[in-house]
Ligand binder design. Structure first.
Ligand code: ZN
Length: 108
């Protein structure tokens, strides 16, 4: 099936999304083999589609719940780490104070 560039450009989006019918797929592949400008468009679009899939931004096709949970877990870990640092710092400060006061008492 021969298709025009207009139709090919329309179908390339569907083709990359995997939503094109087998007939449309074949038509797009056939057109891309013969048409340089549509091939360029296809490459650009494919690169963008792959970039979108690779990034952590939640897309409409996959629910953002898992990404959201992961972010919350990461934030939770960081809060816990900071909390531990704070407790550790407070304990160290308390120890220094008690040592200093013992020295102070002994010194008198
Ligand atoms: Zn074309």
């Amino acid at each position: 099936m021969k298709i025009t560039c207009d139709i090919a450009l329309d179908l390339i989006g569907l083709y990359l999304d995997g939503e094109a019918s087998p007939d449309s797929k074949r038509a797009v592949e056939e057109h891309l083999r013969e048409c340089e400008s549509c091939r360029k468009y296809y490459r650009t679009l494919r690169k963008n589609t792959i970039n979108q899939t690779d990034s952590n931004f939640p897309s409409l096709s996959s629910p953002p719940d898992s990404a959201y949970e992961e972010i919350m877990i990461r934030i939770g870990k960081r809060v816990r780490n900071t909390g531990m640092l704070f407790v550790g710092g407070a304990l160290t400060f308390a120890a220094i104070c008690s040592i200093a006061s013992i020295h102070f008492i002994k010194g008198r």
